[in-house]
Design a protein around this ligand. Structure first.
Ligand SMILES: Nc1ncnc2c1ncn2[C@@H]1O[C@H](COP(=O)(O)OP(=O)(O)OP(=O)(O)O)[C@@H](O)[C@H]1O
Length: 784
């Protein structure tokens, strides 16, 4: 259906448009489709044939709609395609947003406040106290009314909470990020000044969702309608937009692969295909994809590309969907000559990387210090106000600020207010004005300080979502690198893309796709990532996620927009082979340095450890521990959609402790599980039995959260154990591919064989472990 663009409307509505089109141009109202009015413009779909359209435009152009004289032009195909893309993606974002809200609201509705509090997902009868303003926002500390200890709560640092007074589901309840939790208090930071009622009694805190990200996706999509070729602000570069929408070919498709010769390598160890990938990535004018199975050095290669781009003088932005994946890139970068700046809420950044955060940098920034001083001065003025009469209703008696000041100058009273009171109120007002000016100045200085730090940094690193925050508003970057791009939805990648001239993405669609909450959005393609779409559309080899594995790994190296990596530097050959055969048609090759590396060198007393637990035998890289003969049933916490298995948690915690006692560094070990509740359970099991330092260094995480990371030893707890052989989302082979391939020297997978083999990937894995690894019976293990 053709669309026409109507320009020059004043305040006319759809009825006026239909009236004019029918009355002036004789169009049957039934043939008028969607009318989309935005300010002075309207887009109108018309069911007209080409010749009818021509006649229609001739009649309507320069004619009137309502009281306005309008111009009417047919919409060109390109604009239409962009609009269709924006509409479609925005619809998917809306579906996803609704699904997340619904899930949350459902729970708030189903449970009483008390029930939610007893489950740890709400806190009732709280009261706020103003804690002043920090860089991350306005801080409010919530405590129980009489300072009582808080009940056990899931609310923890970094969570988003919704604050309410009577109705937890009111649309205008403020949301904030938790910055600190103690036995008695929860401190929350708000992006804007919170409403006064927060400081009353009877306040409720609920775990909630993050709407900001959805709004940023929609804003990025909107800016697609305004793409420019000369670049300023947060508007996409026209060519890049057209490549993404599918209207133009990437340059390397149009004119053949390009390659920039690199002379000095930061990482001399890079292999030939990694070097080629770097050279092609930095040479790209629009898009390049670095594609490879686990451990093939996608992040390593992307980081080298960042370094080369910086050396060339580019401003560089590096992003990923999750905080963990961003931290991973920061960690790689921090290990060299280039200075990364991590922008994001400090509460969500790995503690060891805090020195690279914007907050930490600002501590040493002169301009920022000055802003603090100015702010303190402002607060001092407000303190001075305390001793004075404020011009409140009782004393103001309808007098304007100006009038009060004038009366004070003249030394007069008015409306029964004695001159001394007038004098005090005038002084109060003057203090307020001076304080406001100082607050404004402090804010300007803060912005200046942030801009200085961004300017000073070689690479700005942040999540896709935070790339859209005010801190980076209007910042443009020559090059954007998105790591773990196959774990990010397309609209989330657009948030940083609208700020950059070219984009390099690293990913692997045989690992986990982005998590989608709305079944409808998933069905309609929100789980198909931009990386995949571009690889399919412009690459020489079609290897979409439902294609067969043998084609995915054999993409030719002359693929115009993609570089493929196949030598892996992480896993012992026997850990690698399962993944390689099952997911990559055997294309993975281990580098000599890792082919047969084992745990042996990392333990002070490997024999003793093995004697206690045969699963921990240091020479054996791949073990499945079968719990089917022990009493280890799964269970669900009331009201929780997740699953846990206490007995399995107990066993993996025992393994973790035994490995640490045998001399394994905590930083070389990770415990992961597909289920959130199991992760918490394992953390609880370990808590108190490890030193604070060890507990901090030991990572316990979900499989999804650990994607992109690696450890010498990885313990995986599969959790599911039931007579119905129900495996839930274990039945996603890509999740197990990620879990297993996190391990460098040893992978210990713990699960109930009878249950998990209901999923074909575990059936295959058990068969593999029987011949190429070891299967250990958990009941024997625990008797020793
Ligand atoms: N050329 C190389 N020489 C030596 N080590 C390398 C090389 N390339 C990568 N590595 C090492 O291999 C490991 C995996 O690299 P990296 O994390 O970059 O892989 P990845 O492909 O991003 O993995 P994943 O798919 O799990 O995200 C790291 O320890 C890295 O230091």
């Amino acid at each position: 259906m053709p669309t026409v663009l109507v320009r020059g409307l004043a305040d006319e509505g759809p009825g006026d448009v239909v009236g004019a089109f029918a009355g002036e141009a004789d169009v049957d109202p039934d043939r008028i489709g969607d009318i989309d009015i935005d300010d002075e413009e309207a887009l109108v779909d018309l069911e007209l044939e080409n010749d009818e359209l021509e006649a229609f435009v001739e009649t309507m152009d320069g004619n009137r709609v309502g009281r306005s004289e309008v111009s009417v032009t047919p919409l060109d195909e390109e604009t239409r395609a962009v609009r269709d893309y924006v509409d479609e993606q925005s619809r998917l974002v809306d579906l996803e947003r609704e699904a997340e809200m619904e899930r949350h609201e459902r729970e708030i509705r189903q449970l009483s406040g008390r029930e939610r509090e007893s489950k740890g997902r709400a806190l009732l009868e709280m009261r706020g106290r103003d804690e002043g303003e920090g860089l991350s926002g306005y801080l409010v500390k919530f405590t129980k009314r009489y300072g009582d200890a808080l009940p056990d709560t899931e609310i923890s640092v970094g969570d988003l909470v919704m604050i309410s007074k009577r109705d937890p589901l009111r649309d205008d309840n403020p949301n904030g990020t938790v910055t600190r939790v103690t036995n008695h208090s929860v401190t929350v930071s708000f992006e804007s000044n919170p409403p006064g009622w927060l400081f009353d009694d009877g306040i409720r805190l609920d775990l909630y969702v993050n709407d900001v990200t959805y709004q940023r996706m929609l804003e990025a999509l909107d800016s697609f309608l305004e793409a420019e070729s000369d670049l300023e602000g947060d508007v996409p570069r026209e060519h890049l937009r057209d490549v993404i929408v599918g209207l133009e070919d990437p340059e390397s498709v149009a004119s053949g692969p390009v390659r920039a010769a690199v002379e000095d390598w930061y990482d001399e160890a890079l292999n030939e295909s990694q070097r080629e990938a770097v050279e092609r990535a930095v040479a790209t004018d629009d898009v390049h994809l670095i594609h490879g199975p686990p451990g093939t050095g996608k992040t390593t290669t992307a980081v080298e590309a960042i370094r080369q781009a910086v050396d060339r003088g580019d401003s560089v932005l590096a992003t990923a969907a999750s905080n963990t994946a961003v931290d991973n890139v920061v960690e790689f970068l921090a290990d060299g000559d280039h200075e990364p700046l991590r922008v994001g809420h400090p509460a969500r950044v790995t503690p060891t990387l805090r020195e690279h955060t914007l907050d930490a940098r600002l501590e040493n920034n002169e301009t920022y210090r000055e802003s603090r001083e100015v702010r303190d001065e402002a607060f001092e003025l407000l303190d001075e106000q305390d001793g004075l009469t404020a011009p409140s209703g009782r004393w103001r008696r309808g007098l304007s600020d100006e009038r009060i000041k004038q009366l004070a100058e003249e030394g007069r009273g008015s409306r029964g207010i004695p001159p001394e009171k007038i004098e005090e109120m005038a002084e109060w007002l003057e203090l307020q004005e001076r304080a406001d000016e100082l607050f404004d100045r402090a804010e300007r200085l803060e912005q200046e300080a942030v801009a200085e730090e961004i300017e000073r940094a070689d690479v700005v690193c942040t999540t896709n979502s935070t790339a859209g925050s005010d801190l980076l508003a209007g910042q443009r970057f020559d090059t954007l690198v998105i790591d773990e791009a196959t774990q990010a939805t397309e609209p989330s990648c657009l948030i940083p893309i609208v700020k950059a001239d070219r984009v390099i993405m690293a990913g692997d669609h045989r690992q986990l796709p982005p998590t989608i909450q709305s079944r409808e959005a998933e069905r309609e393609g929100l789980d198909e990532t931009l990386f995949e779409t571009l690889a399919e559309r412009y690459g020489t080899d079609d290897d979409g996620s439902d294609g067969d594995a043998d084609r995915s790994a054999s993409a030719p190296t002359d693929d115009p927009i993609r570089s493929l990596l196949t030598t892996q530097y992480r896993m012992h050959e026997r850990i690698q082979d399962f993944s390689s055969e099952r997911f990559y048609d055997g294309a993975l090759e281990p580098h000599e340095s890792v082919r047969d590396h084992t745990l042996a060198g990392l333990l002070s007393d490997p024999d003793e450890t093995a004697a206690r637990y045969s699963a921990l035998e240091s020479g054996e890289p791949l073990v499945f521990v079968d719990t089917s003969d022990v009493d280890a049933p799964e269970r669900s916490r009331e009201g929780s959609p997740s699953t846990e298995n206490p007995s399995e948690a107990d066993l993996v915690a025992e393994y973790a402790r035994a490995l640490l006692e045998a001399g394994l560094e905590a930083a070389d070990l990770a415990v992961i599980s597909p289920y959130d509740d199991q992760v918490k359970r394992i953390e609880d099991e370990l808590e108190g039995t490890l030193s604070e330092e060890t507990a901090e260094a030991l990572e316990v995480d979900t499989v999804d959260g650990f994607q992109g990371r690696e450890k010498a030893v990885v313990l995986v707890s599969l959790v599911r154990s039931n007579d119905r052989r129900e495996v839930g989302f274990l039945d996603e082979p890509r999740r197990f591919n990620v879990a297993l391939t996190r391990a460098r020297r040893k992978a210990v997978v713990v699960g109930d064989r009878d249950t998990v083999t209901a999923a074909p990937v575990f059936d295959d894995f058990l068969e593999y472990a029987r011949t190429r690894g070891r299967i250990v019976d958990a009941s024997r293990e625990r008797e020793q």
